[in-house]
Write a protein that binds this ligand. Sequence first.
Ligand code: NAG
Ligand code: NAG
Ligand code: NAG
Ligand code: NAG
Length: 394
Amino acid sequence: MMKGCNFNILKGTHVSIALLTLGFVTVMLWAWEKNPFLATLLLAQQNFRLPSSDCNYAKGRWVADSRRPFYSGFGCKQWLSGMWACRLTQRTDFSFEGYRWQPKYCKMAEFERFSFLRRMQDKTIAFIGDSLGRQQFQSMMCMASGGEESPEVEDVAREYGLVKPRGAKRPDGWVYRFPNTNTTILYYWSASLSDLVPINSTDRASDVAMHLDRPPAFLRRFLHRFDVLVLNTGHHWNRGKLTANRWVMHVNGKPNDNKELEDVRNAKNFTVHNVVRWLDSQLPSHPRLKTFFRTISPRHFHDGDWNTGGTCNNTVPLTGGSEVLQDESIDRVVESAVRGTKVKILDITAISQLRDEAHMSGYSIRPTQGINDCLHWCLPGVPDTWNELLIAQI
Ligand SMILES: *[C@@H]1O[C@H](CO)[C@@H](O)[C@H](O)[C@H]1NC(C)=O
Ligand SMILES: *[C@@H]1O[C@H](CO)[C@@H](O)[C@H](O)[C@H]1NC(C)=O
Ligand SMILES: *[C@@H]1O[C@H](CO)[C@@H](O)[C@H](O)[C@H]1NC(C)=O
Ligand SMILES: *[C@@H]1O[C@H](CO)[C@@H](O)[C@H](O)[C@H]1NC(C)=O
């Protein structure tokens, strides 16, 4: 696995690294004399830590690359929703498909689907989150299959109890297995990452208890089956969505009476911290599991929003620059929630912020007049990069 960092890039700090190294060697020699066993442990820990702690995949730049995209937007019909396949719309500019993210300090091997699937032999990759999580899942399916017809890939949703309820538009998730490597890729819809329980289970119009301090039942039930887990949430945390979904905040099993949490931003922060804390507590008993929290996917509505006719009609890539240089994530909520835990951040916010031209924008397979989608992305497109960054860190 390529996760080492290229320290040679840090030219200005060569001397200080040399001094640090010298200091470290001196300490180790001293420790060795006192306690060889402890010294070995220390050394092992240092080796283990060095690469990941200094290497931030979110710093780097977009570069044009003729080896992109990984799959054709005309294909992958098995998994790619028509509504996100920009090649199937009236859109005529596709330069957005031809870019690659180049991290500044981390090595990232070129994605190759067969070696990826071999690496994921007998493993399960789970995406749990909102529609942006579903986009990342579809992107992953298209990348892993090359977007080619793959009749051998099995639909194993039933193993996870994911069947479309009668009368529903779609199931709550999808699960597919690549039989040659026994690799399973899964998506489960949980827009808020809280447990949703109808208050009256026999009444379809019932309010739904949204347990902010309890991870979704699906996640709790199947965590032991996952090897890689990617969570996300974000765009459903507003009053309009809560009201439309009849979600009623609950804490401690009771309707929320904490004034602070009535502010949806605080409720989101509370929930994200809770789910991360819970996951972190589960990791010691799930040693194979690698968990990531994907930061929020930026939207680019200019002059308003969905409802007020906001647009994102720029078609020229990288007009706002091509580089990300800051250390901190724009998504302070996720960044602070994972700090000090073993849950990793998959920081895609600033990277994606530079790609305002790569949304669905005004095009759609069934033209809906006047609606601009400046939230979801064309596929192939930006979510493929999120997966490259994920794969590099698995
Ligand atoms: C496939 O992988 C799972 C673990 O994810 C394992 O339990 C199962 O036995 C494997 N199946 C085969 C046919 O090897
Ligand atoms: C639940 O909903 C059903 C059907 O609308 C209704 O008959 C029943 O009284 C409700 N139960 C409670 C406890 O409100
Ligand atoms: C988010 O929640 C954490 C944990 O409860 C808290 O420490 C932090 O101050 C909160 N951040 C914001 C921006 O409210
Ligand atoms: C893009 O949208 C803005 C705001 O609605 C509009 O003024 C402008 O003419 C549009 N540009 C193009 C190229 O369509």
